[in-house]
Design a protein around this ligand. Structure first.
Ligand SMILES: O=C(CO)[C@H](O)[C@H](O)COP(=O)(O)O
Length: 243
């Protein structure tokens, strides 16, 4: 189902803000909210913090050390995932959203494992993106991030090549291997546009040394898309995939 509402034209930052504001409106007093990672999810955290300052009671569960630091600094009470009785709603960004299925590619920010765990625990997953993130097929523009343990990472890299990918070890701006919050490495694997993301996701998970990958399939309930004319809301029509 698709609905539209009005708004201003503008830059990517403005489109992200439109989506973030609309997503924050879904949060009701007393909810436990999964706090995503990345620039769009951080806008949501700012919106929620404003609500907390205005007296709304809510609790966050963060998906990265960075979102945890931001939420703490802004005064949002936090729980660890295992301390939360349940997570009512998780709100997160994405690098690509497949139009037909609402499957996602995530992890440019390196938080994919924690993001996927919080999404899996949440009753609903709401994704906030600007319109540039919508694609016909996952992998069109973005490689698939794969988190691997640091020891002998070359072995999962070779297996990913055998699956048809081109893995590149992610580095920081200073040229050091990038480390996730879990102390692991990331291989960004270019498979090109994906015809069968489910099959690829299964194959990647079977590789020894792989912790997880950035394919989020069947997890999304709602995508809020910031567009020049306002927000568009895409809702999943199939029941959530069994996990
Ligand atoms: O998956 C992510 C981090 O691991 C982010 O949600 C994703 O990279 C989108 O980020 P942004 O909102 O900055 O474009």
């Amino acid at each position: 189902m698709t609905t539209r509402s009005g708004g201003d034209r503008g830059s990517t930052a403005r489109l992200k803000r439109l989506a973030a504001t609309a997503a924050a409106e879904l949060v009701e007093p007393g909810m436990v909210v999964g706090l995503g990672s990345g620039s769009t999810a951080e806008l949501v955290i700012h919106e929620l913090a404003a609500r907390v300052r205005a007296g709304t009671v809510l609790t966050g569960v963060s998906t990265s050390r960075r979102s945890e630091r931001l939420a703490r600094r802004l005064g949002i009470p936090l729980l660890a995932p295992e301390e939360a009785p349940s997570i009512d709603l998780a709100i997160d960004g994405a690098d690509e959203v497949e139009r037909g299925t609402l499957h996602l590619l995530k992890g440019r920010g390196g938080a994919l494992v924690r993001e996927k765990l919080v999404a899996a625990l949440a009753r609903r997953l709401v994704i906030v993106v600007d319109v540039s993130k919508l694609v016909d097929r996952l992998g069109e523009r973005t490689p698939v991030p794969v988190e691997v343990v640091p020891f002998a990472w070359i072995e999962p890299a070779r297996e990913l090549e055998r699956l048809g990918g081109k893995p590149v070890l992610r580095h920081t701006a200073l040229g050091q291997p990038y480390r996730t919050d879990n102390g692991n490495l990331i291989l960004d694997v270019d498979f090109g546009p994906l015809d069968q993301p489910e099959a690829l996701a299964r194959e990647i998970k079977l590789i020894t040394g792989v912790v997880d990958h950035g394919l989020f399939l069947g997890l999304t309930d709602t995508v809020i898309v910031g567009e020049p004319d306002g927000v568009r809301v895409l809702r999943r029509e199939q029941p959530r995939a069994a996990r």
